[in-house]
Design a protein around this ligand. Structure first.
Ligand code: FES
Length: 64
């Protein structure tokens, strides 16, 4: 699903940036994918995806 229509960024691209590039906040995400740099409508959704991906990673580490 597209999160940022201005730059054509998907939820999968954001999840991948968090998991593989160590992105931990919106500022870092903007540096990688430009998310939120135009109209800003995608910021809230992008933040939620960053947060849920980090939570998923920490739960996975606890289990393993
Ligand atoms: Fe992301 Fe416009 S939808 S900057």
């Amino acid at each position: 699903m597209y999160v940022c229509m201005c730059y054509g960024v998907t939820d999968k691209a954001i999840t991948q940036a968090v998991e593989e590039a160590g992105v931990g906040n919106l500022r870092e995400l903007r540096q990688h994918l430009n998310v939120g740099a135009q109209c800003g409508k995608c910021i809230q959704m992008a933040q939620q995806i960053i947060d849920s991906t980090i939570i998923d990673e920490s739960l996975f580490k606890e289990v393993c």
